[in-house]
Design a protein around this ligand. Sequence first.
Ligand SMILES: C[S@@+](CC[C@H](N)C(=O)[O-])C[C@H]1O[C@@H](n2cnc3c(N)ncnc32)[C@H](O)[C@@H]1O
Length: 232
Amino acid sequence: MSKKISALNYIKDLFKYDDHRNFRKKLYKFTKKEKDLTYDYGCGYYYQSCESINLSGLRSSKKRVLNYSINEIIREKEVLDVGTNTGFLLFEIEKNYKSITGIDYNSKLIDIANMVKDYLKLKNLSFVNGDFQTYKFDKKFDTILSLANHSTFDSGIKSSATYLSKCNNLLKDGGYFLIEGHHPSYEKISDFSSMIENFVKKNNYEIKKNSFLKTNFFYDDGRKFYLLKKNK
Ligand SMILES: C[S@@+](CC[C@H](N)C(=O)[O-])C[C@H]1O[C@@H](n2cnc3c(N)ncnc32)[C@H](O)[C@@H]1O
């Protein structure tokens, strides 16, 4: 089904005659030309939509940003987005963050993220091509975004326990940790919830919000997410 939706997204975008049309064509040419060295979450097109350039995707970046209320936890903050993919979600947030780092181990996705970043002339946003599990960060963060990343279908992240422990070590005291589960057809809501609730107890966090994503996009809807605050 994902391949069909992506094919439809491609056709839909072909018929858009707006200011970003030429850039989208350039981006797509690059996307098609470069080989996928790891799993293609976009299934032939893009996984995340990028409303800033009127580009469709399997998941709605703009609506996700609103659902999570991300803008409330990034103002003047140093933010890390783990497994950023093409970074498109970051292009839909308010531009009042102090800095954002997006990391993904798939170099093609990072190249795409940088192309869009340059096109939109965004500052204080950097994309790192690296493996989150082994990458040595030179600072801690005020806010960490972990969206569908605590274990990955491509096997880039296998141990959620090791992953959560690294996120915890990278988060400043008093910082925010936004964590989204996988689609309920891949991960039981109860498994995700108990993993997070154990993490909260073990590491002295407070649950500020827990809710379900609802964007009317099939691959978004029904996912549970938590906003956690690390106690000082
Ligand atoms: C399910 S996608 C989620 C993408 C994004 N967080 C979102 O929710 O829109 C998982 C992403 O994690 C990346 N990834 C997997 N293993 C990784 C690792 N060890 N280090 C960095 N990125 C990784 C994949 O390349 C992919 O882009």
